[in-house]
Design a protein around this ligand. Sequence first.
Ligand SMILES: [Mg+2]
Length: 161
Amino acid sequence: MLLTPTIVLDSVLDINKELLDEYGIKGLILDLDNTLAKHGSPEPEKGVACWVEEMKKSGISMVIVSNNREERVRPFAENLGLDFVWGGKKPLASGFKKAREKMGLEFDEIAIVGDQLFTDMLGANIKRIKTIFVFPFEDEKGILFSIKRFFERPFLPKRKK
Ligand SMILES: [Mg+2]
């Protein structure tokens, strides 16, 4: 099923080297909003900066791919010392391709990490990239998001706890 993630976790902080090794994952394509930070927040969510450092030390390649604008993505990514693609046009593949080139990995060695089934997971599954779904840090405001989340609901993995 195109919307089914490979792995479901509560947040990015639950991703570790052992888990990635199990799946043969050497690189992560990271969504930004509600995956690394709350929507529009210039600060990464608590624990995220440490987690990024840990992943780097473990030799995991990471690139942020966001559909958001350069003014949002560049300072955030640079602050964490991560490479990035802005205006990623997810679920289309162009942003993922650019990220793959930056990492110099094959698609089957990469996992996409994100909080939205219709943008992050769908785009990845079309390319046969592994996917890690993480639950959003907060509920988004606005009618467009409500509609998207409404249609996501039947496909959403059950949250543990
Ligand atoms: Mg997101």
